[in-house]
Design a protein around this ligand. Structure first.
Ligand code: SF4
Length: 120
């Protein structure tokens, strides 16, 4: 598992490396959300800010088919009340915000509305 993790984390910010890193992020969030609820809760308690509905986290690795772009430039999730746990807990920590930073496009010009302290 460690070798696979290191391989996926070797991504640099574009192309295959970035895709592998984003894929690892999805796996990591799935693991944390389902098996490390205490960690997730402790990190979310440190989280500051609010979602700005930019939709960037709905474009990690692929564009979620439930993402709807609105005329005012914001977005909405068509299944917001029933969205998967991976989406509910984003961002768990600074690593998720770093992954978000890999996603390009007009909707990612500003930072995520959430932030963490130095310890992330
Ligand atoms: S990237 Fe951050 S601000 Fe944008 S939709 Fe996701 S949680 Fe909200």
């Amino acid at each position: 598992m460690g070798h696979l993790r290191n391989m996926l984390l070797a991504g640099t910010g574009s192309g295959l490396g970035a895709k592998l890193r984003l894929a690892w992020g999805k796996i990591r969030r799935f693991y944390l959300g389902h098996f490390r609820p205490g960690y997730v809760e402790s990190k979310i308690n440190l989280r500051r800010g609010e979602c700005l509905r930019c939709g960037a986290c709905c474009r990690l690795l692929y564009i979620c088919p439930e993402l709807e772009e609105l005329a005012d430039g914001s977005t909405r999730c068509r299944i917001h009340e029933e969205r998967p746990k991976n989406c509910r807990i984003f961002p768990v920590d600074q690593r998720d915000l770093n992954d978000r930073g890999l996603v390009g496009g007009d909707m990612n010009e500003g930072p995520c509305g959430f932030s963490f302290g130095e310890s992330g």
